[in-house]
Design a protein around this ligand. Sequence first.
Ligand code: 3H9
Length: 686
Amino acid sequence: MTVSIEQQGEIAVVTVDNPPVNALSQALRQGLLDAAERLDADPSVKAVVLACAGRTFIAGADVGEFGKPPQPPHLPDLVARVERAAKPWVAAIHGSALGGGFEVALGCRFRVAVPSANVGLPEVRLGIVPGAGGTVRLPRLAGVETAVDMVTTGAPLGALKAREAGLIDAVIDGDLIAGAVQFSRKALGRPLPDSLRDRPVAAPAEPFWEATEKTVAARAKREEAPMKALACVRRAAETDFETAIAFERETFLALRGSPQAAALRHVFFAERAATRPPELAGVQPRAIKSTAVIGGGTMGAGIAAALRDAGLPVVLIERDDAQVERGLANLRSIFDGAAKRGRISAVVAAERMAGVTGTADYAALADVDLVIEAVFEDLDVKRDVVGRLSAVCRDDAVLATNTSYLDPERIAEGIGNPGRFLGLHFFSPAHVMKLLEIVPTQATTPEVLATGFALARTLNKVPVRAGISDGFIGNRILKVTRAQAERLLLSGGTPTAVDAAMRAFGLPMGPFEAQDLGGLDIAAFQRKAARARGDTPFAPIADRLCAIERFGQKSGGGWYDYEPGERTPRPSETVAAIIAEEAAGFPHRDWDESSIAECILWPMANEGARILGDGTALRASDIDLVKIHGYGFPLWRGGPMHYAEASGLDKVVDALRALATAGLADPPCELLLEAARRGSFSGVFR
Ligand code: 3H9
């Protein structure tokens, strides 16, 4: 049953039970509406407690219903019905009261919560605004500033802060329902406060709106919803209740069908699906209470910082005392930097450092639960380290490699108990980037794979299962992106135009700027290794730049020139001359921003389809997560696979065929053709 009612004297307790998160499905909306009618008609009931079964209060509208036509009863009507109930309703909140769930709570006359609860209006994260009065009632409860902050960022507030801000009336320690019933009884003995619709709201003057609009626009960048949410709060402050409600609803309905909302919803479900590879159903992970990182360079220090941020103790191993000191210094500078930017206090920074033991002695690893090696990207070096780990670590310790391109099977060859080994591919800076590619070998046991996923959750990272192939998922697509960027140069594009087009698309940086920042040498090293294996990576211009040691910003020039000490890219005559030489004989065309973007994006989707085809990724949505959380693909575009699908796979296929005919891309692969026939990637894999 979705809604049940139990009476405790004159107080009715309405319990919602709609697992997993009590989302406001049509059935639940109807159930609550019926309950409101019934309780109003029951003279024995004087007040109503609204509570939820399971792990949380109502977590919001049912996001799964957003792609379909809205079904009555509509949420705004339910909230209004609760608000004008003849008896006061008290929302009893545990877990999260989010979105529509918090809007229902705002329709209640009172809100009480356990200390661990949180409340918020996260709709902007789904590309929409609250659609059931949140932007209109919240400023009446907590003032315009708090409302603006909450609806434009989507960030929830914990119960104690919410109490301070006036969002909830009492924090209940101990049994929530008993506390809420007691609160209701007391409330009945006092004059009732006005419902929120009848409360005034103080409208700030013009300068507040001007300043706030600037701040929100700067933070939102290209996302539409935050500015629209701000407009809703402004309307709530400056017009009457009903006008503001109508404006909010209209804004909500318009955004609900927008491409950005569809993309953000896709990401929402993708992130949840990615955490559960089908083969791990019911598999319990091993407990990880202690960790070690081998290598204290940029990557190793970043991984160690991520582990410390999650409260795990870390042993940091380097090859000698001097390197140990260097590794610890790298780590210290991460925490000091976080303290300087105000993200953590100096005390916390010191605590994070205190949980790190630096040593060159592998004997310190005898009892750790998890070791991640992040040493130089060379097969022999990594094999040597992993061999040593397998000799000193406990038999049940999980051993992981953070390789980007090497084959984890080969790294693990010959180690004892290979079932405990897997790839955990972090992205730099590892304490910041949300992506973790999890790469099992043939031997990795389900329990160890599950431990990788559990670790991702502990580290607040987005895990994606990746199969073994050159560059796994992310770097394999990156190679295609870079090759396409060079093809554009050979056919009349310039680094400046290509970078500008990709920034206009929404990437934080274009492919050439990004290479200059990260350095061209690492990719050159990979290409060399690939050629040694008999592959033929395509990078004619990058190869020439590396041959004259133009490795990017660090060498004073790469795809661009840089003034000493500056990071502003300036077009380079040297590079232009090399491009002209390499491009001789290639037909030139006129590129604009949209054709440049398509020349890069459609081959990414094509490679994504191949990645699905050979089983390197489980789902198209996993590929989207990799590009979003590891490579800065704009969240609101939903990732390359979603973007291709939303643009029409037929159109993508036609464009790829045309590019292929001109020698500018590979033709569409079989899986892409199959997806185009179905109109979707879902269900299309090997
Ligand atoms: C809204 O309310 C609009 C209104 O203003 C206006 C309407 C008119 N719908 O995250 P988890 C599923 S917009 C449907 O792993 P946790 C989720 O897919 C909404 N399904 O759990 C997963 O399913 P599965 C505003 C939902 O404990 C399962 O629940 N609300 C919804 O780590 C478990 O999810 C939000 O944006 C939903 N709303 O975290 C809140 N929410 O097992 C979104 C979850 O099949 N939700 N599912 O994969 C959350 O932030 C987290 O789920 C929550 C629990 C913190 C509640």
